[in-house]
Design a protein around this ligand. Structure first.
Ligand code: DX5
Ligand code: ZN
Length: 218
């Protein structure tokens, strides 16, 4: 089953509530929220107050992608603001296992994000503890970048491990997802797909979302 998570990074921030409601009506399954601190990635976006403001205006789960240093200092705030999923980058966590336990203690689904260069071996010993893995198929920081194809074999390798070990882990992919790139990711075992520019930069967001989903299901 394919779940589409539109990334509001490419939405019109002057009318964010409306932008979220539009993709919910169009059939989105999650709302992806990109949090950037200007340190872990070279861009600055939004914090817990945006999650809090969006929480009452949508029924959809809020998928919060933390691209920040010292995520432990902010996880509780994001959980209280209404995050349903929180993911952290391997490179931003000095004690990844502790960070995952913190997310889970707040009754939030816990995910680890792998940059394009980050090996799956870095999460090998934590797979039993996490709910999902987010594969970056661009370098984090900006929307509208080109899909990095060389990540796909890494996704296939993790899918095989998940199957072999009988684990209950979802795979999410983020960066450059379009109707052209979704298929190979779906085949590799991805079920959650972030799409920012491919939805919000289109005039007809509902049509764009449905085309991407159909391509993933094909
Ligand atoms: C990039 C963000 C993505 C971004 C994806 O650092 O994590 O979620 O919004 O945008 P597109 O879909 O345009 O590549
Ligand atoms: Zn993201």
């Amino acid at each position: 089953m394919i779940k589409i998570a539109p990334s509001i990074l490419s939405a019109d921030f002057a009318k964010l509530g409306q932008e979220v409601k539009e993709v919910e009506a169009a059939g989105a399954e999650l709302i992806h929220i990109d949090v950037m601190d200007g340190h872990f990635v070279p861009n600055i976006t939004m914090g817990p107050i945006v999650v809090e403001a969006l929480r009452p205006i949508t029924q959809l789960p809020l998928d919060v992608h933390l691209m920040i240093e010292n995520p432990d200092n902010y996880i509780e705030q994001f959980a209280k603001a209404g995050a349903d999923y929180i993911s952290v980058h391997v490179e931003a966590c000095r004690h990844l296992h502790r960070t995952i336990q913190l997310i889970k203690s707040l009754n939030v689904k816990a995910g680890v994000v792998l940059n394009p260069h980050t090996p799956i071996e870095s999460i090998q010993h934590i797979l039993e503890d996490i709910d999902f893995v987010l594969f970056m198929t661009v370098n984090p920081g900006f929307g509208g970048q080109k899909f990095i194809t060389s990540v796909v074999p890494k996704i296939e390798a993790l899918s095989a491990i998940i199957k072999e070990r009988g684990l209950n882990i979802e795979i999410e992919v983020d960066g450059g997802i379009t109707a052209q790139t979704i298929g190979e990711c779906a085949k590799a075992g991805v079920t959650m797909f972030v799409a920012g520019s491919a939805i919000y930069n289109k005039e007809d967001r509902a049509k764009a979302l449905q085309e991407i989903k159909a391509a993933g299901e094909a």
